[in-house]
Design a protein around this ligand. Structure first.
Ligand code: ADP
Ligand code: ASP
Ligand code: MG
Length: 455
């Protein structure tokens, strides 16, 4: 059995949905199809929550009508039928009641936020399954909220694999007349059946959860680019397609900013060694990128990922010289303030680290200030070269730094996994640095057995 995930751009409008459904129905294999919200809808739902918080009820209602209209247009253009149309109105009417109720209270809890955000996938999966079902009677809808069971950490819920696996498999055996199960990504529910979400971009992860739970033979992530490329094509227009990457490389690339995969995606697949393909729904004939355990890596780096708008925190304490417990105290502060740390470099008396989410920065500064002096640098960027070849090939680091001649490097870190070499630069130098690195590693002398030149 197969699991396929189609992202927002693959279901953004009627022609994209038709293309997606063609791909789905052209296979005779039994499959679970995980779909995202239509492109842009989740952002619109976030803005509805923001408007409620800012007491802009009118704006929230206008955005809700935009959500309704996009889905009604989709239903009409697909000719998906009255059941789909009524469903859209029912869900949007319910959302309107939620908005009005929250406006009275004037706040949006994490639980309400998840309820609002779930609307995108609730609607897209139902409409697409009605449409695909009108073409093929082996298609049915499976509501992810009834099978993906999570804890109650709203906005970033953790999946309970044991219960989820039981629920998915028993639902599928109850529906054993069907071959194609269409489900919303990103959403689940906790033990009280309150709706939860798995973190932004989390539909990829939902697909991996389904794949693990049904022991899928493969997982396909369908998106709007040809596969995993040597860098983000929005910055590097001549980025190359990677034929294969290893699980480790894919995980590092996702973690360090290659948006094509959600950072958590790969883990359920790694545990069960499920091969993952990244494919382009606009060019279904393409081979895409295969992610598997023992991918060939050659003696090179595979890709360059980056993350913008990072905050660097330098923490030092002379009093701690020779004393134990300094690092433990530092990391306790981040634990207490629920902030994850990305890169770290240390000496005995000081530590530099980076965070992306600076929501609790004031509290962090306060808590660290109790035992250390602190410097904060905002608007930095992490650039990471990723490739298993980094581990065993001499000369990669020197090429890397030579290529960056003239760029001011503020911090260097060789990942403990030994498959990434990362630096911090000022945001303003990011584009130049990525272009220089791409030129050095991918624009001369490339190994054709690992890369494909696009157009
Ligand atoms: P989806 O809606 O299918 O989930 P996303 O927008 O989340 O799609 O991810 C696809 C985007 O990821 C691409 O359009 C591309 O701009 C971006 N991206 C960033 N880094 C890479 C990379 N190394 N390879 C491919 N795409 C990348
Ligand atoms: N729709 C959700 C988001 O935009 C999940 C996803 O697309 O993966 O974050
Ligand atoms: Mg995505």
């Amino acid at each position: 059995m197969l699991v396929r995930k189609f992202g927002g751009t693959s279901v953004k409008d009627a022609s994209a949905v038709k293309r997606t459904v063609d791909i789905v129905l052209s296979s005779s294999e039994k499959q679970i199809v995980v779909v995202s919200a239509l492109a842009g809808i989740t952002n619109l739902l976030v803005s509805i929550s923001d408007s409620i918080r800012q007491h802009q009820l009118e704006f929230a209602i206008t955005s809700l009508e935009e959500v309704r209209n996009r889905h009604i247009t989709l239903v009409n253009e697909l000719n998906a039928g009255d059941v789909a149309l009524n469903f859209v109105n029912q869900i949007c009417d319910e959302l309107q009641r939620i908005i009005i109720a929250l406006d009275v209270i004037g706040e949006v809890s994490a639980k309400s936020f998840d309820k609002i955000l779930s609307v995108g996938e609730v609607l897209s999966s139902f409409i697409i399954s009605e449409y695909a079902g009108s073409i093929n009677n082996k298609v049915c809808h499976l509501d992810s909220r009834s099978v993906i069971k999570t804890d109650s950490s709203f906005m970033e819920a953790e999946v309970d694999f044991e219960i989820t696996s039981e629920k998915i498999n028993s639902s599928m055996s109850n529906l054993n007349n069907y071959d194609v199960f269409i489900c919303g990504g990103f959403i689940g529910s906790d033990k009280f059946d309150s709706t939860t979400t798995l973190g932004r971009g989390g539909s990829d992860y939902s697909a991996a959860v389904y794949a693990k739970c049904i022991k899928a033979s493969k997982l396909e992530i369908w998106t709007d680019v040809d596969g995993i490329l040597t860098s983000d094509p929005r910055l590097i227009s001549n980025a190359l397609l990677l034929k294969e990457v290893s699980y480790k490389e894919a995980a590092e690339l996702a973690y360090f900013g290659a948006k094509v995969l959600h950072p958590k995606t790969i883990f359920p697949a790694i545990q069960d060694e499920i091969p993952v393909y990244v494919l382009n729904s606009y060019k279904p004939e393409g081979a895409g990128t295969l992610i598997r355990k023992d991918s060939e890596f050659g003696n090179i780096i595979k890709a360059i990922a980056f993350r913008k708008n990072i905050t660097v925190i330098n923490i030092s304490s002379n009093r701690m010289l020779g004393a134990y417990g300094f690092l433990a105290k530092v990391f306790d502060v981040f634990l207490k303030n629920e902030t994850s740390v990305d890169l770290v470099t240390t000496s005995e008396v000081s530590i530099s680290l980076t965070i992306e989410n600076d929501k609790n920065l004031q509290e962090i500064i306060h808590d660290l200030g109790e035992f250390a002096s602190i410097e904060i640098y905002r608007k930095r960027a992490i650039i990471s070269a990723v490739g298993e070849g980094i581990r065993d090939t001499s000369g990669i680091a020197s090429r890397f730094f030579r290529a960056l001649d003239g760029v001011n490097i503020l911090m260097i870190s060789m990942g403990a996994s030994e498959v990434n070499l990362s630096i911090i630069v000022d945001d303003s130098e990011l584009n130049k640095a990525v272009e220089l690195l791409h030129k050095e590693f991918f624009e001369t002398d490339i190994e054709n057995r690992l890369f494909v030149k696009l157009n």
